[in-house]
Design a binder for this molecule. Structure first.
Ligand code: FE
Length: 199
């Protein structure tokens, strides 16, 4: 299976079915984020990062270790959301997604994906009013992800090469939860992804 096929399957399967405590499916949320990046005139690699930022969540049910056990299933839709499994899964989904994507994509795609959770903690610490605009679910997971950054953490984050791109992804992520918006289908993004995937 090619990388593009593997990604398409995640959008078609768990992406079309699973929720993360928001009013849209994870796949719809991700496609909305990609479309927002595109509409903002972002570079292709950043559009791809926005589109793929939560791929780590879609990978969790299959797990890669034959994980069909109930314990391998992260809580979705808000029930049981305070279990330790959920907190671990949530804070790791950026890393897990970036590591998986690195089979096919360069850092301009993977690092904003990796850092988009940190970017939320960064914005909570540095941008007045940002916290107040977060969705209820984002506020809940913020605590599980370590809360707002300290001043030292924020300075270290800013020094990372893809910090700005991660913040951009984060802002599209935050906006991409609108059930009234119908984003483009995954196929719309396939030509772009093809140009970015290493052969
Ligand atoms: Fe997201």
């Amino acid at each position: 299976m090619t990388g593009l096929q593997a990604i398409a399957e995640l959008f078609a399967g768990p992406g079309a079915r699973d929720y993360l405590g928001e009013p849209v499916t994870i796949g719809r949320h991700m496609r909305q984020a990609g479309a927002l990046a595109e509409a903002a005139g972002a570079e292709g690699s950043l559009v791809a990062a926005a589109l793929l930022h939560d791929i780590g969540h879609l990978r969790q049910p299959a797990g890669g270790s034959g994980g069909s056990s109930p314990q391998a299933m992260p809580s979705r839709g808000g029930l049981g959301g305070s279990s330790p499994q959920a907190s671990t899964a949530d804070s790791r989904h950026g890393d897990a997604g970036a590591d998986w994507l690195s089979q096919w994509f360069g850092e301009a795609v993977t690092e904003p994906v990796r850092l988009h959770v940190a970017a939320k903690r960064y914005l909570c610490a540095t941008e007045p009013g940002y916290f107040g605009r977060l969705s209820e679910e984002s506020v809940r997971t913020l605590a599980l992800q370590g809360g707002p950054m300290t001043a030292g953490e924020a300075a270290a984050f800013e020094a990372l090469p893809f910090a700005r791109d991660a913040v951009a992804v984060r802002r599209w992520d935050d906006q991409a939860k609108d059930p009234a918006v119908t984003p483009p289908e995954f196929a719309h993004f396939e030509p772009l992804l093809r140009t970015l995937i290493r052969s």
